[in-house]
Design a protein around this ligand. Structure first.
Ligand code: SAM
Length: 202
């Protein structure tokens, strides 16, 4: 199993490109593709990246916000430091209040963009993993309700399943523009979907 996965990984074009282009993960291409289409991250923005390690999305966010913006990554796992001074990192569980308080302190209570590629620890049982993913996504939406600026943008990865529709029905109402999508760099056999809310109503 481990070997098969290693072989598939080495053949994967996005894995090869990530190595060649010095991105920290193939996930970088998912954010690049989504941002190209939906213009999620703007120059000068304050971006909160939930589930940030190893840093592929933060890397893209840093490129997009440029020196005038700020990127705060949060993850249970440590991250290799970035040289950029406008990158901050909290090692911790973003579902917990003390970690959320630290996020608020660093961001001064406001984020222009929240992105979450957080994946729960996988049980291998599809329905269980789906529900864990929904719990994380609901927590991300609660965080957005606290700190996302009016007209801000939210991007969340979610594993599909029976609660998916409830989640997106709730989220849709909060944004002027709402999309669900799967970029071509997301593996076809993966149940992951990306939900995007643009222009938060506040
Ligand atoms: C697919 S990886 C993220 C990859 C990252 N976006 C990138 O581009 O490199 C998912 C991450 O979510 C993190 N995660 C899952 N649940 C979390 C939680 N409650 N708090 C913080 N991080 C969490 C995991 O530790 C893992 O590093």
């Amino acid at each position: 199993m481990g070997n098969k996965w290693q072989v598939e990984k080495k053949k994967d074009p996005y894995y090869k490109r990530a190595k060649g282009e010095d991105y920290r993960s193939r996930a970088s291409f998912k954010l690049l593709q989504l941002d190209k289409k939906y213009k999620i991250i703007k120059k000068g923005s304050a971006v909160l990246d939930l589930g940030a390690t190893p840093g592929g999305w933060s890397q893209i966010a840093l490129e997009k916000v440029d020196e005038g913006g700020i990127v705060l990554g949060v993850d249970l796992q440590k991250i290799k430091p970035f040289p950029e001074l406008n990158f901050h990192f909290i090692r911790g569980n973003f579902t917990q209040v003390p970690v959320q308080q630290k996020m608020i302190d660093i961001l001064d209570g406001k984020a222009d963009v929240i992105i979450s590629d957080a994946s729960p620890s996988l049980s291998g049982i599809k329905d269980v993993d789906h529900l864990r993913s929904i719990d994380l996504a609901n927590c991300v939406i609660d965080i957005a309700d606290n700190i996302l600026e009016t007209n801000g943008n939210l991007l969340i990865k979610v594993f599909q399943g029976e609660e998916f529709k409830n989640l997106i029905d709730g989220m849709r109402k909060k944004f002027k523009i709402f999309k669900t999508t799967k970029p071509s760099s997301s593996r076809k056999k993966s149940s992951e979907m990306y939900v995007i809310g643009l222009k938060y109503k506040g």
